[in-house]
Design a protein around this ligand. Structure first.
Ligand SMILES: *Cc1c(COP(=O)(O)O)cnc(C)c1O
Length: 451
């Protein structure tokens, strides 16, 4: 048995291409035009993204080359470490071997820069000067702000009001990188003004903030939209995570039986799991992939697989995904990055085909897992990432009950240094589990577009 704890590669081992699961998912449904319902072409996307990203959104090529300037920026923190969680294993008394792939080593503390850097690069190449985007907890906004600083692009971030008020230091991080951060719903867009007219105290949602950013991008030729999750090209860029992990497992002389990731829009889960699924689909060892979603915003376990808008106002292409309805406003949740009504089409199709198992977990159980992880491994997980920690712990305890050893890999998508207010609520006993209101979902699903 190998007693190394941390499996590190050198910058030369950063992958040279991203892996596209779409090439191996023959039944993946195409995005459709929001007005006509026909399958979209890359031309339809050019109002909001540059040509190369429009191409990547629709391509069925198995590999997409990573531009050298993007690899060079990745090399500032990649390859990220794969770490054997010996302390956690001991505390659980489990025969399981638990590993985590730690994305908190990036400058903004999460996996999000993996795609922010790539998107900023392609937009800069195309002569775009400004990007608009939405953010929940602020992880994505700060990552795009970082990318904007590195490539000289102006960044405007529409931040969900609830998180804007909960996480003031995330705003400060974005401003430090030179970005502009606006609470959403805002008065800067038609969408925001209409929602504020109906509900001046709206806590906002990722769907609303996305509508604001897309509205700005669609109406200004110098501004494009950058998405932090859900879209095919975003999940594509995140596959550096799983590809590195495959090489690191070879170093560890091990291979995962179970792969766990938290899922908000699906990008860190897809980034970690898709290369393993790709290996499985081409005849390699099968892996049991589990998607951990919040019980109060359970798109995969309670939602419906259907074409729906990615945003609240209905500006985005129609995506076939597990959805709670684009008008569904999830209850407040500390893991703001998981507070989204839908799930990436690639993850949704993999769930529909039985390649990924979704599981819903409650917020307080996740924080308990996060605290256990901090006390045994030393890293304070982001509230989103605690969902993966909780499910990995459950799997390890199942191994103990069954008396079998399995290798469990989970994605530690980020650290929680900007989320200590949430830990304060948990430790002081005031954190509650938000309630999922099925009747609100039913009402929102009644508004699904006709396709
Ligand atoms: C944004 C975020 C998530 C959720 O987004 P996905 O696209 O589902 O990965 C999870 N963890 C962290 C740390 C995040 O910042």
């Amino acid at each position: 048995m190998n007693d190394r704890v941390r499996f590190s590669l050198s910058a030369a081992d950063i992958p040279r291409a991203w892996y596209n699961l779409a090439a191996d998912l023959p039944d993946l449904a195409p995005p459709r035009h929001p007005a006509s319902g026909r399958a979209i072409t890359s031309d339809d996307l050019l109002a909001i993204v540059p040509e190369e990203l429009a191409r990547q959104e629709l391509t069925l090529d198995r590999e997409v080359e990573i531009p050298e300037p993007v690899r060079q920026i990745y090399a500032r923190w990649r390859p990220s470490p794969l770490i054997r969680a010996r302390g956690l294993e001991r505390s659980l008394g489990t025969p399981a071997r638990i590993y985590y792939k730690y994305e908190g080593v990036s400058p903004t503390g999460s996996h999000k820069p993996n795609t922010a850097i790539a998107q900023a690069y392609y937009n800069k190449q195309a002569g775009i000067t400004k990007l608009a985007t939405e953010t929940g907890a602020g992880q994505w906004g700060s990552s795009l702000a970082l990318a904007g600083a590195l490539f000289g692009l102006d960044i405007s971030v529409y931040m969900v009001r609830l998180s804007f008020d909960q996480k003031p230091y995330r705003q400060m991080l974005m401003q430090t990188y030179g970005a502009r951060c606006v609470a959403s719903p805002s008065t800067e867009t038609e969408t925001g003004r209409a929602i504020l007219a109906r509900d001046p105290d709206s806590p906002g949602s990722l769907g609303i903030a996305a509508s604001e950013a897309v509205e700005i991008a669609a109406n200004d030729p110098t501004t494009n939209y950058a998405g932090g999750s859900v879209l095919n090209h975003v999940l594509l860029h995140q596959t550096v995570i799983g590809q590195e992990a495959i090489v690191q497992f070879a170093m560890a002389d091990d291979y995962p039986d179970v792969v766990v990731g938290c899922a908000g829009g699906g990008s860190n889960l897809g980034g970690l799991a898709f290369p393993f699924l790709g290996a499985q689909l081409s005849g390699g060892r099968p892996v049991h992939v589990i998607a951990a979603e919040p019980a109060s915003c359970p798109s995969m376990t309670q939602g419906t697989l259907a074409y729906d808008f990615g945003d609240t106002a209905g500006f985005t292409p129609l995506l076939r995904m597990y959805t709670l309805g684009h008008g569904f406003i999830p209850p407040p949740l500390q893991a703001g990055g998981l507070r989204y009504h839908g799930m990436a089409p690639l993850v949704s199709e993999a769930v529909a085909q039985g390649l990924i198992d979704p599981v819903a977990v409650a917020q307080t159980a996740c924080f308990a897992a996060g605290v256990r992880f901090a006390r045994t491994e030393g890293i304070v997980p982001a509230p989103e990432s605690t969902h993966a920690v909780e499910v990995a712990i459950r799997e390890a305890l199942r191994c103990r009950e069954e008396g079998v050893s399995r290798t469990i890999l989970f994605g530690l998508s980020g650290h929680g240094h900007f989320d200590l207010g949430a830990y304060e609520d948990y430790l002081s006993g005031t954190l509650r589990d938000g309630r999922f209101e099925a009747d609100k979902m039913t009402a929102a699903l009644a508004e699904l577009p006709d396709v």
